[in-house]
Design a protein around this ligand. Structure first.
Ligand SMILES: [Mg+2]
Length: 199
């Protein structure tokens, strides 16, 4: 059996709204106000924490925003808003169900496990995949090969392919010796042909 691993953000789910609008609304909902300094402070803190795979990066980034209150409520609200603002490509569920008959399927995402699973469940996509592998669990993000190696251990297969919307997805797959397909929108029905399995 061969395995196809999907990126999550921008591939299985894409944002239908600007992320900064979601962030601003989150501050307004929880704190009653927002300013540009808060948005910048959050972005900077989140980027640093996430890049280093530090635990709980969203809540801790909110905690570093001077003047903002209740980082737990901010993190929960942002997670909810992000999940609501995501949508899968048209026909994704039917395509995944069809693919699952012939391939092992998984998610390989740069992200925090609980956060990413929350979004998958919100859109009822988790049931189509055998594993959800997050870069945080490997201690490094794509294109580092560590998350690919973790995915190989969690979902052993004769061959692996990565499907993702970013250069990092494809570059990491190539370094790991996987087939790869750069996803650029649309459904997943043509994937078996689009993936270049022969290397
Ligand atoms: Mg992506």
């Amino acid at each position: 059996m061969r395995a196809i691993l999907f990126d999550l953000d921008g591939t299985l789910l894409r944002l239908t709204r600007e992320y900064h609008d979601l962030l601003a609304e989150t501050f307004e909902t929880v704190c009653g106000t927002v300013d540009d300094g808060w948005l910048e402070a959050y972005d900077e803190a989140f980027y640093d924490l996430f890049a280093a795979c530090e635990p709980d990066p969203v809540r801790r980034a909110f905690d570093r925003v001077e003047g903002a209150s209740d980082p737990d409520a901010l993190a929960a609200t942002l997670r909810e808003r992000e999940a609501e603002a995501c949508e899968p490509p048209a026909g994704a569920a039917a395509d995944l169900e069809r693919l699952a008959a012939s391939y092992d399927l998984g998610v390989l995402t740069n992200g925090v496990p609980g956060w990413q699973r929350y979004k998958l469940r919100a859109h009822d996509l988790e049931r189509y995949v055998d594993v959800v592998v997050s870069s945080y669990e490997a201690g490094a993000h794509k294109p580092n090969v560590a998350p690919y190696r973790l995915a190989e251990r969690r979902l052993p297969a004769d061959a692996h392919a990565m499907v993702g919307d970013a250069d990092a997805d494809v570059r990491g797959a190539q370094k790991a010796g996987w087939a790869a397909h750069r996803y650029d929108g649309g459904g997943f029905g043509d994937l078996p042909d689009a993936i270049r399995w022969e290397r």
